[in-house]
Design a binder for this molecule. Structure first.
Ligand code: SDX
Length: 432
């Protein structure tokens, strides 16, 4: 971050306050108000932080107007390549550079060495009701990792951090698969150390005793791509939650468990499930695409066109474009025609030609096509947000580490604008 020679001036009554103006790599300017309250007793008001930079970061860059997304400067489109590699991107996000072959192999070995759960932790899956929401299980089990891997909780030791990060990324995958197996009343399948990250996940999801699930190359590639596209997205709701919790020096497991809880919301990571419900309602004849569009436009109706709109993108989410093309590829190779893809395209066509959506710059976001591709991979709808969390883990870890390594970072504690009662007195109950 660089300070410019420019100043921002705030004039309140006869008070004139000059503030520094900072500038980011791509020319974005930000007024430094960090000392405003301390020096002038004044705060700014921005309830959803939509106009507030809560940190400086080198991890992900988004230009919402141009539909640009880059991980450590690399455009997201460049990860849509033959043999996409989620673990390579995880390393890039966390450590800031693409790994050498040796580094990648060593990281893979760390993940493989930590793919199993402690047997007591695995047994705990039998204590949750079978119909438990997988996101509730994921959040609870990530927090539980602190019970079994206490030695990785202290902060400040880089070797411990890498060990903790590897455990988290690897075990989250096993926890995700086991939450699915629990919901189906199926036996838990041990991870296979001979398989790579995504293949091992699909093995634990779909193999049955004495019959290994055969993973097609295009399915493994599609799974890697889905996780890569969800890996980070700068200061979204769940990443901000991870930063806030981490700013209190909470450990990595607890901070990422907080991220899972935030991601569960239907306005955030839970939207991919809502998109599928919407598409299935249309496919079953319960709704017409036009009904969806009209309901979404009706101010008296809380209905939203899920998978559309974004806090930052006021253009097509570049991830949605890649996911849509990947869904086409997988369906073509599998020679299947999913009616939900046709319905999604029809909805997109209606919305992108409707002034309500055009005027508000509402375009498809990552969640609009991700569910269709996950369905093609064979992932059930109730697991979609869990997959989102698996993908987002390296981003949460990278952002948590970046904040932790910033020695000037203080605990995040926003102010408020109090609009409650003036001075008041307690009234004993007998006099009320
Ligand atoms: C993710 O932040 C991230 O980076 C998140 C994410 C990530 O990778 O981490 O990209 C992942 O969360 C993607 C978003 C998934 N959520 C959805 O698809 C849910 C549906 N979308 C909306 O809820 C909404 O678009 C939000 C929450 C995503 C964004 O909300 P904003 O930017 O605050 O938009 P807004 O509420 O200010 O809306 C502006 C106008 C409003 O109408 P007016 O009051 O101006 O008349 O657009 C309308 C809104 O009612 N609007 C929609 C709409 N989204 C916004 N109307 C109908 N359907 C929608 N989907």
């Amino acid at each position: 971050m660089q300070q410019t020679d420019e100043k921002a001036t705030i004039i309140i009554g006869d008070q004139q306050i000059e503030l520094p103006v900072l500038i980011g790599t791509e020319g974005h300017k930000s007024i430094d108000i960090s000392r405003l309250f301390e020096e002038y007793g004044i705060t700014t008001f921005d309830p959803s932080l939509g106009s507030t930079s809560m940190c400086q970061s080198t991890i992900t860059y988004i230009d919402g107007d141009k539909g640009i997304l880059r991980y450590r400067g690399i455009p997201i489109e460049q990860f849509d390549r033959p043999k996409p590699n989620f673990i390579e991107v995880a390393w890039l996000l966390i450590f800031g550079y693409l790994p050498t072959r040796q580094e990648l192999n060593e990281f893979r070995d760390l993940l493989t060495a930590n793919e199993m759960l402690h047997e007591e932790l695995r047994d705990q899956f039998n204590n949750v009701p079978p119909k438990s929401p997988p996101m509730a299980i994921l959040s609870a089990m990530l927090s539980q990792l602190a019970c079994y891997y206490e030695k990785f909780l202290p902060l400040g030791d880089d070797d411990l951090f890498i060990e903790a990060a590897g455990r988290l990324i690897s075990k989250a995958r096993t926890i995700a698969a086991y939450s699915y197996r629990r919901s189906k009343g199926l036996p838990y399948i041990y991870p296979d150390p001979a398989l790579r990250y995504c293949a091992n996940f699909l093995h634990m999801m779909f193999s049955i005793p004495y019959q290994q699930y055969i993973i097609g190359e295009e399915i493994e590639d599609a799974m890697n791509l889905v996780l890569i596209l969800h890996a980070d997205h700068e200061q979204n709701c769940s990443t901000s939650a991870v930063r806030v919790v981490g700013s209190a020096k909470a450990n990595l497991f607890a901070s990422c468990a907080a991220g899972v809880s935030a991601l569960w919301g239907p306005l955030h990571g839970g939207a991919n499930v809502e998109v599928m419900k919407m598409l299935e309602a249309i496919n079953s004849g319960g709704m017409d695409p036009k009904d969806c569009i009209n309901a979404a436009k009706d101010k008296d109706n809380p209905y939203k066109l899920y998978g559309f709109g974004h806090r930052v993108y006021k253009n097509y989410d570049p991830r949605a474009k890649i996911l849509r093309a990947a869904a086409d590829r997988v369906f073509a190779r599998q020679k299947i025609n999913d009616p939900l893809l046709d319905i999604a395209r029809q909805l997109e066509e209606y919305a992108l030609n409707d002034s309500y959506f055009i005027d508000r710059k509402l375009y498809p976001n990552v969640d609009f096509y991700s569910g269709i591709l996950l369905r093609a991979i064979g992932i059930p709808t109730n697991m979609f947000t869990v997959i989102f969390a698996m993908g987002r883990l390296p981003g949460w870890i990278a952002q948590w580490k970046e904040q932790h390594d910033n020695t000037t970072q203080k605990i995040i504690r926003p102010r408020q604008l109090y609009v409650g009662k003036k001075l008041n007195d307690y009234v004993p109950i007998g006099e009320r």
